[in-house]
Write a protein that binds this ligand. Structure first.
Ligand SMILES: Cc1ncc(COP(=O)(O)O)c(C=O)c1O
Length: 320
């Protein structure tokens, strides 16, 4: 694992250590007051044996946006890049090569002051750990629009990869699982009317041949799989609409037969097809995976770039 500390106003002591438990104080500020954030990225192995990462500087950008929102120090590019390079080169042989697999890379930062008291910590730790990962979902998902709980509101921390966002999502997600659904579609926190995102994925729907996705408004994560899918769709001359999509509109599209495909995008899942979505007890069917032409094509385009089968026209793959 890669480790660095923030002390006295600067990042110090970047180093590799064997993966092992770390000692923390019971008064560790991150545990009590939630100054804790993370990122998720993947490393892929080129047929020539070298390792590549997908859009890592975008992850650094997002990590630093999260850090600023949580009143934590930002991380200099050199420490992030040096950490990734050293760690991934060391762990290169752990990168699995079967279809859809990768080495999952988890950078994270947390407050380390040994202090009971609500105030920004003076000390922090940044670490990176890795593990081999298989494809995330093996089947199309039944998703349900959440009617009671909300994930984020304007002015909140929805755009940040704050650890607390994930803690807060667990109860609603468990309740949805208990009702037989695979994942939640979050609606906006103000009116519970507009689509936001789903689990650890951004949302996409295909209606009337256009690709619709909720716009970035500070309440959802600016996902890099989302950005890549939007670009790949534009490359294929598919019209992309980033906007406010209400659940009522989605239902109207489903009822009129305009709505064909729905899917989520994220580092873990890449593209996860939805078999249906539900709202207020009614389930609306989407096309089965084998008929999902748009999402299957875009998923293939993205996976072909990540597995070095297609030219990386946009410069997303970054050689370690
Ligand atoms: C809440 C949330 N939304 C969306 C995403 C997708 O983002 P990305 O494509 O950068 O992995 C993630 C995963 O990181 C997430 O945790």
């Amino acid at each position: 694992m890669f480790v660095a500390e923030y002390e006295g106003g600067q990042w110090i002591n970047p180093r590799i250590e064997p993966y092992a438990p770390i000692e923390i104080s019971p008064a560790l500020s991150a545990i009590h007051y939630g100054q804790s954030l993370f990122e998720g990225m993947k490393a892929h192995k080129h047929p020539d044996g070298s390792a590549y990462m997908f859009r890592p500087l975008d992850n650094l950008h997002r990590l630093n946006l999260s850090a600023e929102r949580l009143c934590m120090p930002t991380l200099p590019k050199e420490i992030f890049i040096e950490g990734l390079q050293t760690l991934i080169n060391l762990d290169k042989e752990w990168i699995p090569t079967h279809a859809g697999s990768a080495l999952y890379v988890r950078p994270f930062m947390f407050a380390t002051d040994d202090c009971i008291g609500v105030r920004p910590s003076d000390n922090y730790k940044f670490m990176v750990i890795c593990c081999p990962a298989n494809p995330f979902y093996s089947k199309a998902l039944r998703v349900v629009a959440e009617e009671h709980y909300v994930r984020a509101v304007e002015g909140g921390v929805g755009f940040a990869k704050a650890a607390g966002n994930y803690g807060a999502s667990m109860l609603p997600t468990k309740l949805a699982h208990d009702r037989g659904y695979d994942q939640i579609i979050w609606l906006d926190g103000r009116e519970q009317k507009y689509l936001e995102e789903s689990g650890t994925m951004n949302l996409f729907f295909v209606a009337g041949g256009k690709l619709y996705t909720p716009k970035l408004d500070g309440t959802i994560l600016d996902g890099y799989t989302r950005a890549s899918i939007i670009q790949l769709a534009k490359d294929k001359n598919i019209e992309v609409v980033e906007g406010r999509i209400s659940i009522d509109e989605l239902i109207r599209w489903a009822q009129s037969g305009t709505l064909t495909e729905g899917f989520g995008t994220g580092t873990a899942a890449t593209v996860a097809h939805f078999s249906s979505f539900s709202y207020k007890g009614t389930e609306y069917q989407l096309l089965p995976i084998d008929q999902c032409e748009v999402s299957t094509m875009l998923a293939k385009d993205l996976n072909d770039i990540k597995s070095f089968k297609a030219e990386d026209k946009h410069g997303w793959m970054w050689k370690i």
